[in-house]
Ligand binder design. Structure first.
Ligand SMILES: [Mg+2]
Length: 228
């Protein structure tokens, strides 16, 4: 069976459109709340949400993390939290030209991110980095019930860009389990960007090979052109 022509390319965000940074998330919580005890509670609550994502593919929100830790998410705390993360949110310098190149080929561009952050934070990043107009649809799992690798997360992303047939879509991500296995199980082709140092407890069981590996995002255009 031959694949249909590519109609859409969907991207993961962290480690894919934005290069991987190895950071200690506890430091973000320390910056947010200012004391070690509350920071540790928030960090533990967040880790619990990511374990649930890995094992049950169920999503979570920042609000749930704060509630689980028993701490108020005041505007000041949230602002300090996101300010700590900001240096780690900048897009890969290749990304704008790649997204524009895909659009120039008549393809839809989408985003599917496993995230507890709200849509507004992600959208501000895309506006700041001048790619918001190059994205046809985005799904942030903080807004849906499921996370990658669940097929319904991929279905939501396909719907967001208006593509019916998963085989006409390509998913680009940095995580072999969430992104590659998830996309392939949902019927998409999968491209791996293999530069992320995924924490061992987040790796998950890996049961699929990517259809392509790109060492840098700019190489993706050739891959998509080959697939037609
Ligand atoms: Mg990622």
């Amino acid at each position: 069976m031959t694949n249909p022509a590519v109609e859409a390319v969907l991207f993961d965000w962290g480690g894919t459109l934005t290069p991987w940074h190895t950071v200690d998330p506890l430091e973000a919580w320390l910056a947010a709340v200012g004391d070690a005890d509350r920071a540790r509670r928030l960090h533990a609550a967040e880790n619990g949400m990511w374990q649930r994502s890995r094992d049950e593919h169920r999503s979570a929100t920042l609000g749930e993390v704060f509630a689980a830790a028993g701490i108020d998410a005041t505007p000041e705390v949230l602002a300090a939290f996101h300010a700590w993360w900001e240096p780690h949110t900048f897009l890969d310098p290749d990304a704008p030209a790649v997204l524009a190149g895909l659009r120039a080929r008549g393809l839809k561009v989408g985003v599917l991110s496993n995230t507890i952050w709200p849509r507004s934070v992600h959208e501000q990043i895309f506006v700041r980095d001048e790619v918001a107009d190059l994205i046809d649809g985005a799904v942030y799992t903080s807004e849906i019930a499921w996370t990658k690798p669940h097929p319904r997360a991929f279905r939501a992303a396909l719907d967001a860009v208006g593509v019916a047939d998963p085989a006409a879509a390509v998913f680009v991500g940095d995580r072999p389990y969430d992104d590659v296995c998830g996309a392939k199980a949902a019927g998409l082709r999968a491209v791996l960007v293999p530069h992320s140092d995924i924490p061992a407890e987040q790796v998950g069981p890996i049961t699929a090979e990517p259809d392509a590996v790109v060492q840098r995002l700019a190489d993706l255009l050739d891959v998509v052109d080959r697939w037609g």
